[in-house]
Design a protein around this ligand. Structure first.
Ligand SMILES: Cc1ncc(C[n+]2csc(CCOP(=O)(O)OP(=O)(O)O)c2C)c(N)n1
Length: 175
């Protein structure tokens, strides 16, 4: 969902930001490797925003942090599984939704910091995120900023925002 959320909710900005999306052979494969490769080709700071299953799928790609000599901030949105599947009607059918679609794994990703020589920090509020993100971007090296979220809640919030926009537009058209 991160790239979909960027498309849907990011505000226009006068800042010169290059935003890249990646689709692997099957979809979520190779996102970390692609980001680190792209980041190594520029002196701009690299921010990789990635879901937990995608992070898990390409964990070996983290070796490129050292090999490609790239500084990055990796924002790991951990909702313990594939939040995207809440968009499908199968969401209402239990089983098989959780075990076969969402596939929660309960993995603690913190040891990937030690494994690949990265700073690792977990945040649980917007303020803590802004602080950790700012520190990572302004300092050197690579930091993983893990943000723990709830997939069902996020899905509900997206629906509420959509409904609100539809209401607002309907209001405008009758004004
Ligand atoms: C290699 C590969 N395996 C499986 C899939 C099917 N798939 C599409 S999205 C997704 C879940 C992604 O989960 P996550 O990265 O945690 O992001 P979220 O949906 O929570 O935002 C999966 C497994 C795929 N696209 N590519």
């Amino acid at each position: 969902m991160p790239v979909r959320d960027l498309d849907r909710f990011a505000r226009p900005s006068p800042d010169a930001v290059t935003a890249l999306g990646n689709r692997g052979v099957s979809g979520i494969d190779g996102i970390t490797s692609t980001a680190l490769g792209a980041g190594s080709a520029t002196t701009d700071h690299l921010t990789l925003v990635i879901g937990d299953l995608a992070y898990y799928h390409d964990m070996n790609g983290l070796l490129a942090v050292a090999r490609c000599d790239v500084d990055a901030t990796i924002v790991l949105l951990n909702n313990d599984g594939g939040g995207i599947f809440h968009m499908l009607p199968i969401e209402s059918f239990e089983p098989p939704f959780t075990e076969q679609f969402k596939t929660p794994h309960g993995i603690d990703f913190e040891p990937t910091g030690e494994l690949y020589g990265l700073e690792y920090t977990r945040v649980d509020s917007r303020e803590a995120f802004v602080d950790a993100y700012t520190e990572s971007v302004t300092g050197g090296g690579t930091t993983v900023v893990e943000v723990v979220t709830d997939a069902a809640d996020s899905h509900e919030t997206r629906d509420e925002l959509r409904a609100q926009v539809i209401d607002d537009l309907a209001g405008e058209s009758t004004d």
